[in-house]
Design a protein around this ligand. Structure first.
Ligand code: GLA
Length: 666
């Protein structure tokens, strides 16, 4: 924690982006530095994809250019989040060792020419990566520009490797997990389809079995892949911790959240970092990314996190890449700060001239510093440097929490299920949204975490449940908590074997019901409810103590429960047997919240306005965001001062379209 306190004292709310000076002639670097200073940049990520530039031939190093870059940064007062440069192996390495290339599920190797094309289990890759990390750490560990280490890049954002080296590593991983082949056969239910193994040597990665892979094998492969990537990270981190014990270490989690089990990673990071790319063309983008930000804040129990990358404007990797409207970049940056970020960073500093990302926006666009984007970048830098007091300020523990479990997510999306359209993120967004839209703060918790501090726990989906996690959730309700659970939860154990005794066996007592049969809805279809519409799913619920709050109003299940409520012990458990539409969810959650005593951060906010709070040493700061395209009037319960404008709006704060205020009690 000392490492992080030092970082915070040095940088305040860090501001900057990925800086790739090796793509430019040196005379551009002087302009870079001048513009960084003009924009209030305090931190840049350097060298993420520089392996080939610092080690152009095996064992032959060229650090001269990087020395000059870092010296310039230090002289200009800009700190470096310095990469260990191992995210993308150079051509000489994959030429010498083609066996280290990622092999796709179908057996085809990824060819070099892109990036991050290494097999995480490859001893060759790990050995070379660790050697380079040690070189970099030794050379720059004492450099005045160095503030933080950046290891790898979006570790999970790779094609999972299925090569023979991975297969051997997978077997070792399985042997450690299950102890014996008999244990493995039991865990994978291999009596089915004659899959029984006689020895670990017979086991393969789930490459392309037909017609379906063994779902337990798929699930374990996802666990294994997450663990192997973490092992790569830890191998480098061990070097950094040894050579520079005072310098914090992080890696940036990819936008999609899904690939690695972040609960297992987070304890190994000194600070959580995340890359967010909300789609300006998606009306739901703000609410969706808010969930990711709540995950990031929660991974290390409320510790401020870093928004390591976002786009100043458009990205380049969607089929069609919308630009951010004026003001959106500032507003969305403040959204991250409102949700606990202590750094606002971009991909990237200067827009590339060539290469696959030349149409990705940057802080300094092709058009140069006179462009609108750079104007907004400069303005935001000014604002954030004035917001120093927010650095290190935690968000208070929320009253509501949402349960997220990675193995359950992976298993839910496994093969041959009642509906391939039941996706975890859709469920999570649907349940998080009514809280988000009501400006209710929401933490994210592990399924087996301590829930006792929360008044409301939302379980969007927990398809896979260990008996302990199941009992923990039950106990939470029994002892007075309010819980909302989505359909198709409590179905299987950690080996993807069904919990017998009627669905959802571990939660039947708590929910006061039994599910007889699933009736997934046709793609895009809806079913009328007593109020509103259900989507994605329906199922035959038999009440065993619960009351029906909403009913299916047509179809095979007409008259049967669609939403239920059950008093259990001293608490209440709600169950959603379908996915109600957004308005219906909002009404439902408003009622649940009222019963549970969970309030918005500020009362009476207009629909387009969001508020979140961070607790500084000198009291709360309410960060208020108008996501609307019209001005909004925000009633203030007590006199407040807007730290961005220095004004003291009395009673009513007028926020322009896409406006932001940082309020402190006056
Ligand atoms: C990812 C990577 C960056 C860059 C951006 C572009 O998040 O980490 O290197 O490619 O995408 O959006």
């Amino acid at each position: 924690m000392r490492r992080i306190a030092r970082l915070r004292d040095r940088l305040g709310v860090a501001y900057g982006g990925d800086y790739n000076p090796e793509q430019w002639p040196e005379h551009v670097w002087d302009e870079d530095l001048a513009l960084m200073r003009e924009a209030g940049v305090s931190l840049v990520s350097v060298g993420i994809f520089s392996w080939a530039s610092v080690e152009p031939r095996p064992g032959e190093y060229d650090f001269g250019w990087l020395d000059r870059v870092l010296d310039r940064l230090a002289a200009g007062g800009v700190a470096a989040c310095l990469a260990t440069m191992t995210a993308s192996p150079p051509p000489w390495l994959t030429t010498l060792h083609p066996e280290m290339l990622t092999v796709r599920k179908d057996g085809r190797a990824i060819t070099p020419g892109g990036r991050q094309h290494y097999c995480p289990s490859s001893p060759v890759y790990r050995e070379h990566a660790v050697r380079l990390a040690e070189r970099v750490a030794t050379r720059y560990g004492g450099h005045p520009a160095l503030a933080l280490w950046h290891v790898g890049n979006e570790y999970g954002n790779v094609v999972p490797c299925h090569c023979d080296v991975s297969a051997a590593a997978f077997r070792r991983w399985l042997a450690a997990r299950y102890g014996s082949v008999a244990g493995l056969n039991d865990a994978w239910s291999t009596r089915f389809w004659a899959q029984g193994y006689g020895a670990f040597e017979e086991v393969l990665p789930p490459r392309s079995p037909a017609p379906f892979a063994n779902p337990a094998q798929e699930l374990d492969y996802a666990r294994f892949t997450s663990d192997e990537l973490l092992a790569c990270h830890l191998a480098e981190k061990e070097v950094l911790d040894r050579v520079t014990p005072d310098v914090p270490v992080t890696t940036n989690f990819p936008p999609s959240l899904r690939p690695v089990d972040q609960w297992t990673w987070a304890p190994h990071l000194d600070v959580v970092a995340y890359d967010a790319y909300p789609d300006p063309d998606d009306d739901d983008a703000v609410a969706k990314v808010a969930l990711s930000y709540d995950v990031m804040r929660s991974l290390r129990d409320g510790q401020p996190w870093m928004l390591m990358e976002q786009a100043p404007g458009a990205v380049n990797w969607r089929p069609r890449n919308a630009a951010k409207p004026p003001g959106a970049m500032r507003l969305w940056s403040w959204q991250a700060v409102a949700h606990g970020a202590d750094a606002v960073m971009f991909f990237q500093w200067r827009q590339s001239r060539g290469g696959a990302e030349k149409f990705h926006s940057a802080m300094v666009p092709h058009g140069g510093p006179s462009s609108r984007i750079f104007g907004e970048v400069r303005e935001l830098g000014r604002e954030l440097s004035a917001a120093r007091t927010l650095a290190g300020a935690r968000a208070p523990r929320a009253d509501a929490a949402l349960v997220l479990d990675w193995p359950s997510w992976w298993a839910l999306e496994g093969p041959a299920h009642p509906s391939s359209e039941v996706r975890f993120l859709d469920a999570a967004w649907a349940c998080h949204r009514p809280l988000h839209d009501a400006s209710v703060a929401c933490d994210v918790v592990r399924a087996d975490g301590d829930l006792s501090a929360y008044r409301l726990v939302v379980v969007p989906n927990l398809y896979l449940t260990s008996p302990e996690a199941g009992r923990g959730l039950e106990r939470y309700v029994e002892e007075g908590g309010t819980l909302v659970m989505g359909f198709f939860s409590g179905i299987v154990d950690p080996c993807d074997r069904v919990h017998l005794g009627g669905y959802p066996a571990p939660f039947r007592r708590m929910l006061g019901l039994r599910v007889e049969e699933f009736h997934p809805l046709p793609s895009g279809g809806t079913v009328p409810l007593s109020r509103g519409l259900g989507g994605v799913w329906s199922e035959e619920v038999c009440l065993e103590g619960a009351e029906a709050v909403e009913l299916f109003a047509a179809g095979a299940l007409a008259g049967r429960p669609a939403v239920t409520r059950h008093r259990f012990g001293r608490g209440t458990a709600w169950y959603l047997a379908t996915r109600p539409d957004r308005t219906t969810m909002r009404h439902l959650f408003d009622r649940v919240r009222e019963e549970a005593g969970v309030d918005p951060v500020l009362p009476g906010l207009p629909e387009t306005v969001q508020a979140r709070v961070r607790q500084t040493e000198d009291g709360p700061r309410y960060i208020v965001l108008n996501h609307g395209t019209e001005a909004a009037e925000v009633p203030l319960p007590t006199p407040m001062r807007d730290e961005l404008t220095g004004t003291e709006p009395s009673g009513l704060l007028r926020l322009p379209a896409r406006g932001v205020a940082v309020l402190r009690p006056a």
